[in-house]
Design a protein around this ligand. Structure first.
Ligand SMILES: CC(C)(COP(=O)(O)OP(=O)(O)OC[C@H]1O[C@@H](n2cnc3c(N)ncnc32)[C@H](O)[C@@H]1OP(=O)(O)O)[C@@H](O)C(=O)NCCC(=O)NCCS
Length: 195
C-alpha cells in the first residue's frame, strides 16, 4: 500500500496584498542591486518585488514596469513575508495575477532562492487562486518553460494541466530557446479542497 505523502513544514510566512504596505519598514536586508531606486521611496513593496523578480529571471523589470503592471485594472499582486514576530520580516516571494473578465493569468511568480522548496510558492499560488475567485475568475492560465521542473511540479501539483505549447518562446542567455507550455486550471473549489 502506498504510504500517504508526508506534509512538508512550511516556514512561518504571511501573504498580503502588494501595496498594503507596512510602515517603518527596514530595507537594510533588501538587495536592490540593479534596481533603479532614484527618486523613489525604497521602503515600498515595489522595490522588494522588483528585486525578487530580477534575482529569479533574466528578463528584468524596473520600478516603473512594476507600478505599471500593478496599476492595470484587474491586476492582483501578493507578497510573502517571513514572519519575524514584529511584523517586519523580509520579503521571500511574490505573485502577480491579471484578471480579464472571468479568466485570470499568472504574470509572474518567484520565491527567493534560499526560501525555495519550503512551500512558499504553493502558498502564493493558493492565495492567487483564492484572490482570483474572489474577483470573479473561473479559470486560471499561466505559461511556463518546458524545462522549468520546479514550476511544472508546483503547477501540476495544484491541478494545472497543459493545454498548449508555444515553440521556442523563451530565449536563453546561452542562445538556446525553450518552448512555453500553457497550463490551465478551473477555479472551482471541490468540497474538502483547500485553496
Ligand atoms: C517555481 C517556484 C516559484 C516554486 O516555489 P517554491 O517555494 O520553491 O515551491 P514550493 O516549495 O511551494 O513547492 C511546491 C511543489 O513544487 C515542487 N517543487 C518545488 N521545487 C522543486 C524542484 N526544484 N524540483 C522539483 N519539484 C519541485 C514540489 O512538488 C513541491 O511540492 P511538494 O514538496 O509538496 O511535493 C520557485 O522555484 C522559483 O521562484 N523559481 C524561479 C522563478 C520561476 O521559475 N517562476 C515560475 C515561472 S513560470
Amino acid at each position: 500500500m502506498t504510504q500517504p505523502k508526508e506534509r512538508r513544514t512550511t516556514p512561518a510566512v504571511s501573504v498580503r496584498t502588494i501595496g498594503a504596505e507596512r510602515s517603518g519598514v527596514d530595507v537594510s536586508g533588501v538587495d536592490v542591486s540593479g534596481v533603479d531606486v532614484s527618486g523613489v521611496d525604497v521602503s515600498g513593496d515595489a522595490v522588494r518585488v522588483v528585486a525578487l523578480q530580477n534575482a529569479a529571471f533574466s528578463q528584468s523589470w524596473n520600478l516603473a514596469d512594476m507600478r505599471r503592471i500593478l496599476a492595470i485594472p484587474g491586476a492582483i499582486g501578493l507578497i510573502a513575508e517571513a514572519d519575524s514576530g514584529d511584523g517586519g520580516g523580509p520579503a521571500v516571494g511574490f505573485v502577480v495575477v491579471q484578471r480579464l473578465a472571468d479568466q485570470a493569468e499568472i504574470i509572474s511568480i518567484a520565491v527567493a532562492e534560499s526560501w525555495r522548496g519550503h512551500g512558499v510558492g504553493e502558498r502564493l499560488m493558493r492565495a492567487a487562486m483564492a484572490s482570483a475567485i474572489v474577483v470573479g475568475a473561473c479559470e486560471m492560465f499561466l505559461e511556463v518553460a518546458e524545462d522549468n521542473m520546479a514550476a511544472l511540479a508546483l503547477y501540476s501539483g495544484l491541478g494545472f494541466e497543459v493545454v498548449g505549447r508555444r515553440s521556442k518562446y523563451y530565449s536563453r542567455s546561452d542562445g538556446t530557446r525553450a518552448d512555453a507550455l500553457s497550463m490551465c486550471r478551473v477555479l472551482v473549489i471541490e468540497e474538502g479542497e483547500e485553496v
